[in-house]
Design a protein around this ligand. Sequence first.
Ligand code: GDP
Length: 682
Amino acid sequence: MKAFDSYHIRNLAVVAHGGAGKTSLTEALLFCAGATKRLGKVDEGNTVTDYFPEEIKRKVTIHTVPASFEWNNHKLNVLDTPGYSDFVGDVIAALRVVEGLVFVVSAVAGVEVQTEVIWEMADERRLPIVAFINKMDRENANFFNVLANMRERLSRDIVPVHIPIGEAGDFCGTIDLLTGKALIYEPGSGSKPVETSIPNDYAEQVSQYQEQLAEAAAESDDDLLEKYLEGERLSPDELALGLHKGVAQGKVVPVFCGSALNNIGIGALLQSIIDLLPPPISSPEEAKSIAEKPLGALTFKTLSDPYVGRLTFFKVIEGVMRSDSLVLNSNKQTEEKVGQILVMQGKNQFPVDLLGPGDIGAVAKLQATSTGETLTSKGNQRVFEGIDFPEPNLAIAIKPKTKGDEDKLSNALAKLLEEDNTLKVEKNLETKETLLLGMGEMHLDITLERLQRKFGVEVTQSSPKVPYRETIRIPVKRVEGKHKKQTGGHGQYGHVFIDVEPLADQEFAFEETIFGGAVPKQYIPAVEKGIREALNEGILAGYPVTNIKVTLVDGSYHPVDSSEMAFKIAAALALRKALEQAKPVLLEPIANVEIRVPEQFMGDIIGDLNSKRGRILGMEPDGKMQLIRAQVPMAEMYRYAIDLKAITQGRGQFHMEFGQYEEAPSNVAEKVIEEARKAKQG
Ligand code: GDP
């Protein structure tokens, strides 16, 4: 592939809810542009951009992969993104490096949740949008209903540039409202439509939508507006210019339509990408001066390719990236050796010597660089703003199926974390569990599948254990612990009296008020040690005991038989007895939770929080969303990512962190104690 100046590059992401046809559309764009000889099909598992086993198996896109190709003297870098909310991290990364988006909307299903979510992201980032109403060939396809649905649910001025001729089984082409020509696709005619005049019965519809188009185009440009208001007709070129401006300003969304599966309407969409979406750098002069700057590139995805190993995708922002060069990772201040630069076309890769500013490519086998980092020429300290990934909050506990695989597991997890910024691993010191946190069930499933397939580590998964604790409610005095074994040989003798009392703001305190050496000084550390160890396992359900003060008040010793060990055991005995007398209770961890949801879900969210024993602390508007603050027992929150998704159809977000421990209600405590008793009995 030859090098393109940035003015002739278009970087775009194909985005939508899962199933709208993003992968099929990307496939059709490649085919229509002549980059591939065959139109692959998602249902046959042979598309260019979905080639990972986990993608083919599920027929969903999991990884954003660029499909770069040339068309009409331009280079298009098309990022086929995932539509499933578990993989929204890859959408966010794609949005960071493109200048425009193609939204795919199904002519049958209309606007779906994830489309709305990504549309809002596009609004926040002011990204230009072109829309494609896909699946016009499907039964129940209805262009105008879907258009109305888009106008109702999405922002911006949404105006058709093409309208369909026929629908579902009768769908045979489109009318270009700019040129006033009909493009008819003969069945089986491939990508080349026949241009004809507009069928008579469409005349009225055409003039109605041409009027809307003219108005939208005029409103984006003062000169055009003046002309328009004076009643003059705008020429196709003027309309195109106005549209171009309106799209760039993020005000107008031109709508195209067709069938990705049958390669209908794709040529017009290709042309609109070049005509309506902006290049990475908007003037040729500017592009030239940016090309002369030192290198600055941003990495936006790391992937383990089955053939070349670790692949890093990057966008050159300034300067030129060259094959076989040394660069600096300015985030980490480490040198990286860049080998062969590749232009990606899904599973196919083409070697190139260099990529200029605005272009997108990949390089294999970088050592230290992860996603969202800056590669510069040596000496250039520039660091570009990274990528703001969402925080994963669905946790499972995992452990290797085979004993002894612990190291293998942690190495494999480290590798997966390098590739996936929405995955997190936590060691819970209290429950001693390894927790894997992901964006949703499918994300976690796929991660476990990859652990097995790529690293040969099989794991078992379970719900994370709740780190309960125990404490006491009343003080007790002079509780005795005596450890005495004096039969034959060297005996053992330790003897203590302790006071215990609840302690408000501290986990543990130890004091001694020994008078006259009743417990000799050298054994006192052993007493404290015995108590600390005993506190690790409470008497109710075996959880750590906290918020307790222990005072060693008295005891006795034996000049020969006493030892540190004997005093440790005596202290532990005393402590367990004291706990029993001091009204022990179970504490449960309470989380501080912040939930962001659209207003209409507030009632359901609050109802659900109540059923989870939550306390609502406050609610306030937060942009278009409502923010709810609550305190909820952790035990109820482990699957909240799933519940929230179900209640809000994926429109909600939440953040949770540990707040404090509180006494568990008796029904909860009884259950936990009973379970611990059963577990102990095996
Ligand atoms: P994505 O999840 O948005 O990438 O959607 P896919 O490209 O995977 O397509 C989802 C399903 O819709 C697949 O079964 C496709 O074959 C089908 N599909 C995609 N585009 C069309 C189309 O234009 N017409 C019809 N009839 N089916 C389509």
